[in-house]
Design a protein around this ligand. Sequence first.
Ligand code: SF4
Ligand code: SF4
Length: 198
Amino acid sequence: MSQTTPLAKPAAPRTVIEVGQPRGFLAAEVIEKSGTDLNRCYQCHACANGCPFIRAMDYPPNLVLRLLQFGMREEVLRCKTIWICVGCHTCSSQCPMGIDMAAVMDTLRLMAVEEGVAIAKPNILDFHEEVLRSLERYGRAHKLGIMWRYKVKTRRWLSDLDVGLKMLAKRKLDLRPSRVQAQEEIGDLFKCYWRESK
Ligand code: SF4
Ligand code: SF4
C-alpha cells in the first residue's frame, strides 16, 4: 500500500516585516487579519499553476502576495483576482509553505468593502451579499432564492439561464427554502455582526 505524505501544516502567523515600515505595513495588516503568514511565500508559482480560475484573474495569486509584500494597497484592493477567487483551496493544498490563500483573498475582499474602494467585479459582491442574506434568513443557502434576488438586483436575466434550467431539471434547486434548527442563533450572530460593523 502506498503511503501518502501529509500536507505541511501552516505555521503560526508571524510578522517578518515590522509594522510601521511603509512597505511592510500592508503585509503585516493582512497577516494579522487573515492569520496567514504570506511572507513565507517564495514565489514558486504552484498556486497559480493549480488555480482553476487563473484565466479570469488580472494577477495570479502569487503576484497578489507580492503586491502585498510591496505595500501596493491600491493595486491589490482594486484587482479582479480577489473577487474571482472562489476559495476552493486548490492552491493551499499545493502550496509547499502551507499558505492559506483563500483566507488572504477573504481578508482583501473585506478590506476593499470596508475602505470603500471601487470593486472590480461589483456583480460578484452582489452575489456574496445575497448568499449572506440567505444564511441569515434560513441558516443555509437557498440557491433559487439567491439567484432570483441576484437577478432582480443586477437585471442580468439571461446570463447562466442554461445552467439554471439544467439544475432545475436535475432537481438541484429546491423551490422552497428549508431552515436549520439553530436558525435563530445564526440570525443573532448576524445581528451582532451588523451592529459591530456600523
Ligand atoms: S504555492 Fe505558496 S509559496 Fe508557492 S507561490 Fe503560491 S503562495 Fe507562494
Ligand atoms: S482558493 Fe482562489 S486562488 Fe486558490 S485555487 Fe481556489 S480560486 Fe484559485
